[in-house]
Design a protein around this ligand. Structure first.
Ligand code: NAD
Ligand code: UDP
Length: 339
């Protein structure tokens, strides 16, 4: 099976490519390097012994995509490419809708032209907005998004469903990720955000390694056990395995397939901080700050559907996540940048 991975040099894409290659799937990568480093390709090769075919280019260029599809017969596309910073999306809505929505439409047009009708889309728990109840199931209401990033994910989900309504031969899989963290156990690959990290885990790791002074904990007055926000953190390798399960179980089947990818367990900011301190062997400095606008109190997934229909379940715990994140950050203090 030949699978095209858009955004395959990014954080989740690169870990998924490793697991795909290890599973014997021929992996072809497209990336415009807007948020990734070509060094990732070397790391994938070091881990797997195979260097996947890489096409540098932008999914918004139909001519570029046509040329890739004309060179290799692809069976399925996993579509990671896009912009993902919530705060930045508020400041740059045009760029976000252009990359995430327009980029997907161009990709779908090129796929249709080449007769390829199987796509797995990287969606997000953010499409659920502020959930009325937890755990969140796949049939919980969606669309009440609070920023252009979340809205762009929801819009793509709708576009894909309308496409399926127009042509039932498509196989559309929406994977709604909860909070991906962690790194490959080799220490060779991990999350390497450009600039100041927006997300909790990369911020903690950069404080722990001395690149930043202290973590700001956004709010300790939420209606949660310790007052800090609760999220469903999932190890990126479990997430990667979830994509392999989706490729195997549903990507060849026509219709709409929607799954939460999470662990079903909630962890608070202070619990994550304490687990991380345990892994790195020293306390991580922090201060309590006001809530971050737009944040919700708590969110975790119901995992029943993925377990039943994908035959997949996350197996790594918070200690695995913090240990692997720390190994990656401490062995690569500047990420993929060569100093
Ligand atoms: P990432 O930024 O590390 O990876 C995205 C990759 O896509 C990057 O390598 C970037 O260079 C590439 N890219 C961006 N725009 C492109 C374009 N127009 N053409 C070609 N390549 C392009 O992000 P990630 O954390 O690996 O996330 C992957 C996907 O999963 C994204 O769609 C993101 O929205 C979604 N997602 C991420 C999270 C998370 O917390 N990381 C949570 C839910 C959903
Ligand atoms: N958070 C924090 N400090 C940070 C970044 C995040 O306290 O520097 C908190 C945030 O308020 C939320 C949790 O950590 O409760 C997870 O935030 P993240 O941005 O990683 O994920 P999301 O909010 O998108 O689920």
């Amino acid at each position: 099976m030949n699978v095209l991975v858009t955004g395959g040099l990014g954080y989740i894409g690169s870990h998924t490519c490793v697991q795909m290659i290890e599973a014997g799937i021929t992996t072809v990568i497209i990336d415009n390097l807007s948020n990734s480093n070509p060094e990732v390709l070397n790391r994938i090769e070091s881990i797997t012994g195979i260097r996947p075919r890489f096409f540098e280019g932008d999914i918004r260029s139909e001519r570029f995509l046509d040329s890739v599809f004309s060179q290799i017969r692809i069976h399925s596309v996993i579509h990671f490419a896009g912009l993902k910073a919530v705060g930045e999306s508020v400041a740059k809505p045009i760029e976000y809708y252009d990359n995430n929505v327009n980029g997907t439409l161009v990709l779908l047009r090129a796929m249709r032209k080449s007769g390829l009708k199987s796509i797995i889309f990287s969606s997000s728990a953010t499409v659920y907005g502020d959930p009325e109840t937890v755990p969140i199931t796949e049939s919980s209401p969606t669309g009440n998004t609070t920023n252009p990033y979340g809205t762009s994910k929801w819009m793509v989900e709708r576009c894909l469903q309308d496409l399926l309504a127009s042509d039932p031969a498509w196989s559309i899989t929406l994977l709604r990720y909860f909070n991906p963290v962690g790194a490959h156990t080799s220490g060779l690959m991990g999350e390497d955000p450009k600039g100041i990290p927006n997300n909790l885990m990369p911020f903690i790791t950069q404080v722990a390694v001395g690149r930043r002074e202290k973590l700001s904990v956004f709010g300790d007055d939420y209606p949660t056990p310790d007052g800090t926000g609760v999220r469903d953190y999932i190890h990126v390798m479990d997430l990667a395995d979830g994509h392999i399960a989706a490729l195997r179980e549903v990507s060849k089947r026509e219709g709409l397939h929607v799954f939460n990818l999470g662990t079903g367990k909630g962890t608070s900011v202070l619990e994550m901080l304490s687990a991380f301190s345990e892994s790195c062997g020293h306390p991580v400095p922090y201060q309590i700050c006001p809530r971050r606008p737009g944040d919700i109190a708590e969110c975790w997934a119901s995992t029943a559907k993925a377990e039943k229909e994908l035959n997949w379940k996350a197996t790594r715990n918070v200690a695995d996540m913090t240990r692997d994140s720390w190994r990656w950050q401490s062995e690569n203090p500047d990420g993929y940048e060569k100093k």
